[in-house]
Design a protein. Structure first.
Length: 126
């Protein structure tokens, strides 16, 4: 039961974040990076749309699987895979700073990814 609830929480959060990314990609970027150069606003917004779509896809996969899969082991495997995916995404966010593409590591994505990773790991390993 914990796995189902964890999948639904993570799925709902991902869907909401993806929707926000797609409804207001410019505002979303500004909340993460601050004011952006006028020339880059549209390009960054265009990149935010598929990122938001991918985030929604992960959420929908988790929601769908939480409702249709009955095997506890299968649900735990999906949650563990989701956690690994979140770790990879977090690493790419951090790599922006390490590789010199941004001045700072944006805290909001790291916090959200860390919390969702913790939920997934807790539900999949215990």
């Amino acid at each position: 039961m914990v796995t189902v609830i964890a999948m639904q929480i993570v799925g709902a959060i991902c869907v909401v974040i993806g929707i926000v990314m797609n409804l207001d990609p410019v505002g979303f970027n500004e909340r993460i990076f601050g004011k952006v150069d006028k020339k880059a606003v549209n390009q960054l917004a265009a990149l935010r749309l598929p990122i938001g779509g991918s985030t929604m896809a992960v959420g929908i996969i988790n929601l769908y699987c939480s409702l249709t899969i009955t095997s506890g082991d299968a649900l735990k495997s999906i949650l563990l895979a989701t956690a690994i995916g979140f770790i990879v995404i977090g690493a790419t966010v951090i790599s922006g700073k390490v590789r010199g593409f941004s001045d700072d590591i944006p805290p909001l994505p790291i916090v959200v990814l860390s919390v969702m990773t913790a939920i997934c790991l807790y539900a999949s390993l215990f």
